[in-house]
Design a protein around this ligand. Sequence first.
Ligand code: UDP
Length: 252
Amino acid sequence: MSRKTIDILGVQVDSIEFEKAVDVAESLMKSEKTSMIFTPNPEIIMCAKDDGELRSILNAADLCTADGIGVVYASRIMGKPVPERVAGFDVVCALLERAAKSGTGVFLFGAKPGVAEIAKKNLEEKHPGIKIVGTHDGYFKEEDEADIVTQINESGAQLLLVCLGAPKQEKWIAKHKDELNVNLCMGVGGTLDVLAGTAKRAPKLFIRLNLEWFYRLLKQPTRIGRMMVLPKFILVVKKDKKEKAKLERKKK
Ligand code: UDP
């Protein structure tokens, strides 16, 4: 499978359309080698800029999609625009639909106690026949991790959704990848909260106008600190672009 990726502050992000990303995710979900999908947003890329371990983990993924309009803008600034935003939540929803059809086992891992169970119930109502083979909350001690891995493996899941927030989920997946018998691990942040209905996705109009970040800010004004990373991210990307152009000129 050949990938077209672009470099954003050292993170290789796939330049791929949404539908194609779902096809790739489905084929990884069906293939026995344990794969990883991450969906970096500006916050994660900024974190990876200063965290070499996170950067290496993201760059070892089988698919890394541009989650967030900020990443799409960054790709335009770098002169290599990705075709569209590919939000982790949307990929998960499309993949779960396919998993329900093919009878693929899914394990929901993360969020506060009880949230994954509500997400399971909601998914079973929405997709009769879907196989949610296990759940575990995301608040655990390091010494519990071996038991969690055993529980996931014994469930027979092929798709594992890890929703611990970034960079915890990426690091957890990378740490346990070789012990996990699942086909595909996805690090997808607040997805279980939305599937459970404890958090809401923005209305479609906001998403279409690329204003999902604004809706989130209205709903959760305490996110302002986290969101201030967005303008900073754009500035850092512009600076990086200038430095790369300078280097190119020197080479000539
Ligand atoms: N979370 C968790 N364990 C932790 C920290 C966070 O399971 O130790 C969960 C948290 O309950 C939430 C998700 O991770 O469900 C992260 O949500 P956030 O809104 O940060 O996700 P994002 O904005 O990255 O989608």
